[in-house]
Design a protein around this ligand. Structure first.
Ligand code: DAH
Length: 361
């Protein structure tokens, strides 16, 4: 009897060890511990044993059952781990997609022009600055010398936030221009300052040449001894690089902006080729920029001494610059997301504007 049990144990352990699938292990379990199993049969014999016999045989048979049960559990865990590892190694999901033969997305002309402008101004030592699109009244108007009662506020067709969204007692607006970035820059960094600030601006206005959201770019230089000559040179250099022609003629006209004194509006000359206006020459003039010397009050509002620091600023519409260079005539199409328009006017993502390669290449 003892040897029978020892042999049975050796056989079963061998069968458990050599089981190489969960199914074959389950077959071993049934053959040992199932209703008709060999270990179950031994357990049943205990019922007909004498008390003495049961005392010696009972622990042996129970010991067999326990060691087989735990060997089965151990082997089952090993097989499950091996199975999981195998699946982890073999059931990989390939997340990649085959590349299309030609890239299908395009760079939007507004993004392209902003990149071109950043490239041109970086070459002149300008950094790119940013400010929030949800702006407070002080940065958008007051600090720019546009007080509460100023008519320029009405001209801006401002989107105001409800009064209960005021912050620090300031009414909030969707910024109507990028000029508040001038204020944010002057109040957060020491002069000398040379920045451009491209970004979205908002006005309640909509027709073929106006959309409620559009793009501007602001420029600001603050240093010692800055004068109109610096402004004119900077704009001339920028416009020639942007339109990629040397014969860009500029005309500066006296104008009025609350935040500059004196203020100038800048026109560029165009000629008419096949009935279309083309930049270059001087058959006619069109306005492209607002600019001027930064008003003393603006410099003061930012905590700087206007007797020490002077500068110039300029601002213009990025969408309009794109239209003039690349020949679109309806501004609204810029924001329709029409794939045909994007395919036609969009740029290849790999053509990065560089001064040496031509910014609009
Ligand atoms: N902020 C003006 C506008 O939106 C544009 C402008 C004009 C900006 C003159 C300037 C500037 O920096 O000097 O109409």
């Amino acid at each position: 009897m003892m040897t029978d049990i020892a042999t049975l144990q050796t056989d079963l352990m061998g069968a458990i060890n050599s089981a190489d699938t969960l199914d074959s292990l389950e077959a071993v379990r049934i053959a040992a511990l199932g209703k008709q199993g060999s270990v179950s049969a031994l357990l049943k014999t205990m019922g007909s044993m004498s008390p003495e016999e049961r005392q010696t045989q009972g622990p042996i048979i129970n010991g067999l059952r326990e060691s087989i049960t735990s060997a089965l559990a151990g082997k089952k865990a090993d097989l499950e781990t091996a199975d999981l590892n195998h699946r982890l190694a073999s059931e990989r999901v390939d997340m990649t997609l085959p590349a299309p033969e030609a890239p299908r997305g395009t760079i939007h002309p507004v993004s392209q022009v902003m990149d071109e402008l950043a490239e041109i101004f970086a070459d002149m030592g300008f950094a790119v600055a940013e400010g929030p699109e949800i702006e407070d009244d002080w940065h958008n108007f007051t600090a720019l010398n546009i007080p509460e009662t100023h008519p320029a506020r009405a001209m801006h067709d401002t989107f105001y936030f409800p009064d209960d969204m005021a912050r620090d007692g300031q009414k909030m607006v969707l910024r109507t221009h990028t000029s508040p970035v001038q204020i944010r820059t002057m109040t957060s960094q020491e002069p000398p300052i040379r920045i451009i600030a491209p970004g979205r601006v908002y006005r309640s206005d909509s027709d073929a040449t106006h959309t409620p959201m559009f793009h501007q770019i602001e420029g600001l230089v603050i240093d010692k001894g800055i004068h109109l000559g610096h402004l004119k040179w900077t704009l001339e250099t920028f416009l020639k690089a942007y339109f990629e022609r040397e014969d860009v003629a500029l005309r500066l006209r006296p104008s009025y902006f609350p935040f500059t004194e004196p203020s100038v509006e800048v026109d560029v000359g165009y000629s008419v080729v096949n009935g279309k206006r083309v930049i270059g020459g001087a058959e006619g003039w069109m306005e492209v920029l607002g600019s001027g010397m930064v008003h003393r009050k603006v410099i003061e509002a930012c905590g700087l001494d206007p007797d020490v620091w002077q500068g110039f600023a300029f601002g213009t519409g990025v969408d309009r610059l794109a239209m003039l260079k690349y020949g679109m005539d309806d501004l609204r199409a810029f924001f329709d997301g029409d794939n045909r328009w994007l395919q036609h006017y969009g740029f290849n993502a790999l053509d990065v504007p560089t001064l040496s390669g031509g910014v609009g290449a």
